[in-house]
Design a protein around this ligand. Sequence first.
Ligand code: PA5
Length: 452
Amino acid sequence: MIRFNAQNASAFVSPDEVMQIRPQLEAAHDLLRKGRGPGCEYLGWLDLPSQYDREELTRIIQAAARIRRNSDILLVIGIGGSYLGARAAIDMLSHSFSSLLGKRQRKAPLILFAGNNLSPDYLADLTDVLENKKVSLNVISKSGTTTEPAIAFRVFKRWMEERYGLEEAQKRIYITTDKSRGVLRKLAGEMGYESFVVPDDIGGRFSVLTAVGLLPIAVAGIPVREMLRGARDGAKAWQKPDPEANDCYAYAVWRNILLRKGYGIEIMVNYEPTMNFFTEWWKQLFGESEGKDGRGIFPAGVDNTTDLHSLGQYIQDGRRMLFETVLLVDKARHAFKVPFDPENRDGLNFLADFDLADINQKAAQGTVLAHVDGQVPNLRITLPERSAYWFGQLVYFFELACAISGYLLAVNPFNQPGVEDYKQNMYALLGKPGFEKRRTELEKRLSRERDV
Ligand code: PA5
């Protein structure tokens, strides 16, 4: 199982505090398990690992096999929860340089992402990369109305039709959206695109184990059934409202105790470059779930040891409001020894024959102890290896912890009202019909800004 350890935070929290939060943990557990908490209409992810749609999973695996056969590139269009989970899995479980390998070495199409920004240069550069490649496209949007993916889909739908003609493009475009509502669902029906469902009761950031994540992940050659099995084992194990017996709940408890003591920023730390996007997924999960009503822990991330040479100074010695959660992987995929050099001009022979994994581990241990001395409480989460099974379990660990943590904070962990504000302003400034009044107000403010 994934393991949680709070020993390096124990100097900052007394055992009494862990005892005292237990009634609140039990209340949060009841709200979640009895479906009585705020946002309870979005609890589909809770039993998903055992109650997923079998027929749809079979179709996902078949569609993935088809894309793997007939495509060099799968272009995945989506943003936020409709993008980050797939990217996290594919980056974490694939070759570090998969984009530089050929399809034969990679044994899978290259997965590229669009619709997660509004940069013209990104889209223009992406079309260069697609030139002369066999392409399939998966657009993922629960609402179907999110601007970034909608624009990218308009661009690449046309690109596909010009490249392949209507009939072949229709076979290469896959839609993942709401079961019955929205423009994408309508379009899938009209154009005959193969389509998959984002279940009504699962919000974007909790959807990686649905078709949202599973289709792109399966195309990358990652065994998605294993992923679901890992999540299922996690779901079975993390049932009791007891931090002594439930590592997932213990993580939720400790981070909330630390928050109440003034540690308002949590830094997720990894020691594997392929996990950078896992942290991005985690940041969205916790940031959107908890950051509301003037509350929440600000989720940040570092990739070590790289970032020890950039943010390390601040973490060690800057303003004290940080705690860290170090995500460690027990077993590296490869052995890689430091070579012995008879001349030893660089003085590194004390490391000769050390495996790099051991050096990485010592760096992690040394850093944790230094940061604890620098008054940064450290939590630790360990997974045995980077594999589909453990990815699935890790995803479930954080989803469940996030729900419990949100209820401990007394927020609705399943909505995201704050995301609307920028959208309304953007629509107004772009002249979308219906936003005229807001546009006048915003333009007044902008003109004042220019005067300054
Ligand atoms: O977690 C969420 O709900 C959001 O991040 C959404 O996934 C994101 O805004 C994209 O929404 P949609 O899938 O409707 O395009």
